[in-house]
Write a protein that binds this ligand. Structure first.
Ligand code: ATP
Ligand code: MG
Length: 398
């Protein structure tokens, strides 16, 4: 690699000696700068970066020692190496004086070209390495500064994205809450209409057919009886659909009554008995907790009927001071949770995901434990807000 030439300052009042130094050092390929007095040397130093100074001791006006003293006194040059060249000052005392003034070496006249070249080249190399090191340091500092700036930018960008995510998560949760509330209201309305409107129309038809049966001739009687049976089934179906949409007992008699009724209906439909274990204080639960527990039961039973091939189902409802825990356990075929999760992520199934969503919206935890041939256990734990509030009061947050 080609190096940029480095400045070597040659100071001597005799032009002939300067010429001979130049001849000796030209082979180094560096930039040789001449000065014929100490004063000129100082002004050159102020203008350029010099790697080493070759300084004649014996000069008129300002000798080499004085020049060296002034150079050393300047903070910018206190480390610039000075090699004294002398023919006259050769005693130890004078050499010591030279070293005391910061000389790095002493060369005596007659100067041996090879020795001078070697000595000077050491300092030239040192200077070059120092510059390279400084350059490397600068580059490193710049890279560290750039990387730090990038990191700071990345961090603030990440924080911004996280904040946006948090806000959209909150918005989504709020929308889901509203959606669930609207769904419950709509189900309640539909259940009412089914029961009141369609149910009454069917009942009226039922009465009319019974009246018709009394006055019709024998030819029509069996048809009318078939009609009465069909209307009877329709009334039953309307009632079931209405209750399935929104069991009135959930509003009127609470969760336990609604669950008992539901298990009776299930047993009639599927023949699977339900072992229902209840342990609650009987306290009235908040409507959203009621609804969520009931919908988890409904969805779990839909899954059991569709997928489990179970023979027994056990349901536990356990309420203590601060939470309600609902467990639905079947002894059916079970399933692989990971593939069900993937199917759910691909949008093929919503049941488990919907239950989890509802439970977590109320600050609860939802878990499903299942393995092929080992049955399925659905657990929903929901905090009870009143007790949470009273706890906060107790801990001085009121
Ligand atoms: N009790 C269970 N016994 C056996 N497999 C079950 C049970 N519950 C869920 N699964 C399995 O988990 C999968 C996901 O259930 P999930 O309720 O999320 O969806 P789905 O019932 O298939 O469809 P839907 O969206 O109509 O509920 C089911 O397809 C089924 O393979
Ligand atoms: Mg399902």
């Amino acid at each position: 690699m080609k190096h940029e030439p480095i400045n070597i300052l040659l100071v001597d009042d005799q032009p002939g000696k300067l010429l001979s130094y130049e001849a000796m050092l030209s082979g180094l390929g560096e930039n040789l700068v001449r000065a014929t007095s100490g004063r000129e040397a100082l002004s050159i130093l102020l203008k350029m970066d010099v790697a080493v100074i070759l300084l004649d001791v014996n000069m008129p006006n300002m000798d080499g020692f004085e020049t060296a003293e002034i150079i050393r006194g300047h903070p910018q040059f206190e480390k610039t190496p000075i090699i004294f060249v002398t023919a006259v000052y050769t005693t130890d005392i004078e050499r010591l004086k030279g070293y005391g003034l910061g000389a790095v070496d002493y060369v005596y006249v007659p100067v041996v070209a090879e020795i001078l070249r070697t000595k000077v080249s050491v300092f030239v190399e040192l200077n070059r390495k120092t510059r390279e090191l400084q350059q490397l340091n600068l580059t490193l500092e710049q890279r560290v500064a750039d990387r730090t700036a990038n990191l700071e930018q990345e961090i603030s960008e990440r924080k911004r994205v996280e904040e946006e995510l948090r806000l959209s998560g909150e918005r989504l949760a709020q929308m889901t809450r509203q959606l669930i509330a609207a769904q419950e209201t709509e189900r309640r309305r539909l259940a009412g209409e089914l029961h009141d409107e369609l149910g009454q129309i069917c009942t009226a038809i039922h009465i009319k057919l019974q009246q018709a049966k009394l006055v019709c001739g024998p030819a029509a009687e069996s048809h009318i009886e078939d009609g009465i049976e069909i209307v009877h089934q329709a009334i039953q179906r309307v009632r079931e659909m209405s209750l399935d949409l929104r069991p009135v007992m959930l509003d009127d008699f609470g969760l336990v009554a609604a669950m008992k009724w539901y298990f009776e209906v299930q047993k009639k439909l599927t023949g699977i008995p339900v072992d229902f274990q209840v342990q609650t204080s009987g306290a009235v639960l908040p409507p959203d907790v009621n609804n969520t527990c009931f919908r988890v039961v409904q969805e779990s039973f839909t899954n059991i009927n569709r997928h489990a091939q179970a023979e027994h189902v056990r349901v536990e409802l356990h309420q203590d001071d601060d939470e309600i825990q609902l467990v639905i356990q079947d002894d059916g075929v079970g399933f692989d949770g990971e593939s069900a999760r993937l199917r759910s992520l691909e949008g093929h199934s919503m049941g488990l995901f919907g239950m989890q969503e509802r439970v977590e919206l109320l600050g609860g935890q939802f878990t499903v434990e299942s393995r092929p041939d080992q049955g399925t256990r659905v657990v929903a734990r929901l905090p009870l807000p009143e007790t949470l509030a009273s706890r906060l009061c107790g801990s001085g947050f009121a």
